[in-house]
Design a protein around this ligand. Structure first.
Ligand code: NAP
Length: 251
């Protein structure tokens, strides 16, 4: 039996849609106080309302995680409203496609800023409050794309997702003395609003490539995040969990 996370304060960036929404709902279900963060306040509030409708505690908050000021105000809001920060799920990310022949420096910077620099910004903004709790959990949403696989159009994206893992390995060592762990889930192809933007052909191609025969659900990823956030995962840090239905296995 896992120790209850009831009452813990959780921030989920990119919590208004897709995988982040799944993570927010799962933490809400187990009784956490959830701050749901996205640039679009109405979407974040909608997910918060789904949690409060079934008796949970959640608040929507608008922030662009690539802004240091907005990342700090996100952390301060969790402290003010939910009494501190126990768990940060740094999940917000984008995956616009551009092959190398057309990719501009601005395209590259935009993806790196949103996916990788934001990981640093949100972790550092939340650290003082997490340290104040005497222990804590950070869960990053990386990807199989970059650390393990490649896909045409996503060289910037792959670099950002592999970069998150490099960041986490050193962060894990620096944060260990404070009882804080940092680990990463590495989703394969998960049915989300963002993934569907790649079109039906992409979805069909991915389904065919997955040994378990289906795309993942947001709940599949949320369960991995919940495990890393548990007390029982307290001796695991700097590590990764691939959740992909076996997609990376075939030779
Ligand atoms: P999604 O459905 O497009 O949702 C993205 C979420 O991030 C939204 O809530 C979006 O809200 C938010 N967001 C984007 N840019 C933001 C910013 N600058 N500041 C704050 N929030 C921002 O995406 P998803 O498929 O769930 O992906 C979520 C994460 O999983 C990403 O890190 C992605 O790389 C990773 N991932 C996804 C898959 C997959 O198959 N879906 C696979 C591997 C990894 P706003 O637009 O309102 O800000």
């Amino acid at each position: 039996m896992f120790t209850s996370l009831k009452g813990r304060s959780v921030i989920v960036t990119g919590g208004s849609k897709g995988i982040g929404r799944g993570i927010a709902l799962r933490f809400g279900e187990v009784g956490c106080k959830v701050l749901i963060v996205s640039r679009t306040l109405a979407d974040a509030e909608k997910v918060a309302a789904e949690i409060t409708a079934v008796g949970g505690t959640a608040t929507g908050f608008a922030a662009d995680v690539s802004s240091p000021e907005q990342a700090r105000s996100m952390a301060q809001t969790a402290v003010d409203l939910h009494g501190g920060i126990d768990i940060l799920c740094a999940n917000a990310g984008i995956f616009p496609a551009a092959t190398l022949d057309v990719m501009t420096p601005e395209d590259f910077d935009h993806v790196i800023n949103t996916n990788l620099r934001s990981t640093f910004l949100t972790v550092s903004a939340c650290l003082p409050a997490i340290k104040a709790q005497g222990k804590g959990r950070i869960v990053l949403t990386s990807s199989i794309t970059g650390p393990i696989t490649g896909y045409p159009g996503w060289s910037h994206y792959g670099a950002s997702k592999a970069g998150q893992l490099g960041f986490a390995r050193t962060a894990a060592i620096e944060l260990a003395p404070f009882g804080i762990t940092i680990n990463s889930v590495m989703p394969g192809n998960i049915l989300t609003e963002g993934l569907l933007e790649n079109g039906p052909d992409y979805v069909k191609q991915m389904e065919a490539a997955i040994p378990l025969g289906r795309l993942g659900t947001v709940a599949d990823i949320a369960n991995g995040a919940l495990f890393f956030a548990s007390d029982e995962a307290g001796f695991i840090t700097g590590q990764t969990l691939v959740i992909d239905g076996g997609q990376v296995l075939p030779e």
